[in-house]
Each structure stands twice: as C-alpha cells, then as structure tokens.
Design a binder for this molecule. Structure first.
Ligand SMILES: [Zn+2]
Length: 155
C-alpha cells in the first residue's frame, strides 16, 4: 500500500489509530474537540495542531487524541503530520548527490593543517589554573594561532 508517510511513521500512526478507536470524541467547535478515554480527558485543537497531551505540538505528529478528532471531521491524518515525516521529503533530501569522503587515511590534507591539534575547550584544563572560581573555562575560548601557540580569549 502506498502512503504519504515514511514506513516508520506509518507504523506509529497505525498503533495510534488502534488506540484511538476506544476514545470518545465530543466537538466543542469546528476545530476543538474534547477527547475522553477511561478516566482521562484531553482537548485537541486541529487548527492550531495542539493537544493537552503535548505530543501533538512537540513532535508535530498526530497523537492518538488528534487522530480521534480527525476521524470525526473525516480529515486525512497525514495533514496532521509535519512534512519531515513524509516519504517525499525524505526522497527530496537525497536528490542532491552525496560525495563520500572516504577513509581518513586516504585524505589529502595540506601540511599546515596536519600539525594542528584542536582540543575541546570544555574537557581540557589549563596548566596551573584549577577549575572553578571566577572566569572558569566556560567563559574562555581557546584558539590556535599561526605560530601554533594556544591563545586564551576571555569573553
Ligand atoms: Zn494528544
């Protein structure tokens, strides 16, 4: 079966469709629905794409409650999912040719770059400077000059 969502997203939707079959939906207005299941209750706004469960707006992907509300309006559930969950978006992302960089041992690196060593400033302590206190490493930026000396810049 051909669907707009990626296979992984479609599987998630199918599980949520099963779950929403047991939910009771009451319309508040054209876009807002009160959804109940067991002793729980949520409010779904299809226009704003929000739900009080928060999954809908955070994931930008239809939650079970939104699917239940969409069922009431005969809405296509793919309209409730962001484009990045859709198959065509994935295809478009890989349309651009990708040039593999190969193994690092096969790289041709200019000689002035080979000698440079770049350390993570957050994991490296400066000699003679214990951590903590005012002006710690968090406020310091380490850079390497042409002479390969390390320079510390306070921000
Ligand atoms: Zn929800």
């Amino acid at each position: 079966m051909h669907h707009q969502l990626t296979d992984a997203s479609h599987l998630v939707i199918l599980k949520r469709v099963e779950k929403c079959a047991y939910m009771t939906v009451n319309p508040v207005d054209w876009n807002i629905f009160s959804v109940k299941w067991s002793r729980k209750q949520w409010t779904v706004d299809l226009a704003r794409k929000t739900c009080t469960c928060n999954k809908f707006q955070i994931d930008m992907f239809s939650c079970s409650q939104a699917l239940a509300a969409a069922r009431e309006r005969y809405l296509d559930y793919t309209s409730l999912c962001a484009d990045f969950y859709k198959r065509q978006t994935l295809i478009d992302a890989y349309l651009i040719p990708i040039m593999p960089v190969g193994h690092p041992l096969e790289w041709i690196v200019p000689t002035d770059i080979v000698g440079r060593m770049v350390l993570n400033p957050l994991s490296r302590r400066l000699a003679g400077r214990p951590g903590g206190g005012g002006g710690g490493l968090g406020a310091t930026c380490l850079i390497f000059g042409k002479d390969k000396k390390m320079w510390r810049i306070k921000s």
